[in-house]
Write a protein that binds this ligand. Sequence first.
Ligand SMILES: Cc1ncc(COP(=O)(O)O)c(C=O)c1O
Length: 379
Amino acid sequence: MTLPLPALSSPASAQPARIPFFDLAAQTSELIVEIRAALERVIGSQRFILGEEVAAFEREIAAFLGVRHAIGVSSGTDALTIALTALGVGPGDEVVTTPYTFFATTGAILRVGARPVFADIERASFNLDPARVAEVMSERTRAILPVHLFGQAADMTALRALARHHSVALIEDAAQALGATLHGERVGTWGDMGCFSFFPSKNLGAFGDGGLVSTNDDRLAALARSLRNHGFGAKHHSQRLGGNFRLDALQAAILRVKLPHLASFNARRREHAARYLQSASGSLRLPRELEARQHVYHQFVIRSPEREALAARLAARGIATEHYYPTPIHLQKACADLGYRAGAFPEAEAAARESLAVPIFPELEGWMVSTVAEALAAE
Ligand SMILES: Cc1ncc(COP(=O)(O)O)c(C=O)c1O
């Protein structure tokens, strides 16, 4: 059986004059033969919902993470919603989280009816500052939800100690950090539950949406499996309110092809980062790999008080950049009811004003990495 997939143009023959911020074409080309075979296997099986393909992916990624249970779900956002629900977070509860992240982290807290309570970030890592978290814990706090932003672990040792001290749940938003470690342990295995995204641009990207929940707890794993599928115990017997939050078998098949390459994808990201760090001029504020961590550089984010001018100079050299994230979460319109004002979280607000991400995806060609490195050196 041959699938009528369009032929991909060779990236070499269509080398762009500019350096894209992100481009999946080269990775897809490298793996297309295996991916086509995997898609044909699923089509041949006619088993598109859950089944062996999803189960096999879950076993394989659980082994990669070093965790007892991995549950494939429909997106990183849905992974967060499932984790919060499985841990019993709902109306009347507070969840302490970061104001400097992608909106989904807070969106999931709001969706389960709980109240997000923000704590400021650490300047050095862009991640939740445990000292600030301690200040906002209350008797209504039900969970702490750190994000391993841009691919580097948050301070899980301190956050886990805080969660245990207050007897609250710890949920990791590891959407950007699959493969990152702290003290040699992968993120997503430190808390009660870990949440991952397979959005195409993530370090492990599907051909569409996908996500994962990880846990070492048998009870929480069973709950997450039930919640992703209408709260079923036995088929058509809903024990609780769940939803359709399943990972597609076709996406699982693609992810199974890519997973064995994840370590090398992450190694390439780290090589590009090392090159940038080595070349960059002293006037730029650069990302730092903190002690005991292995950063997987989902993004390489530099800082400058004159961010727009820096972005313009990079653009003049053909280098595309992105702002992650232009508006901190507490100042988003969707959070207006929470009553936070500008100035509430100075570190998050400064990061939102100053940060600029440069291209770091694994398949950047040598000349592209050199061009970015030279541009950073010229600053
Ligand atoms: C930190 C963070 N959390 C959650 C998500 C949500 O993941 P998804 O897009 O798969 O729903 C993303 C990415 O998109 C993210 O970057």
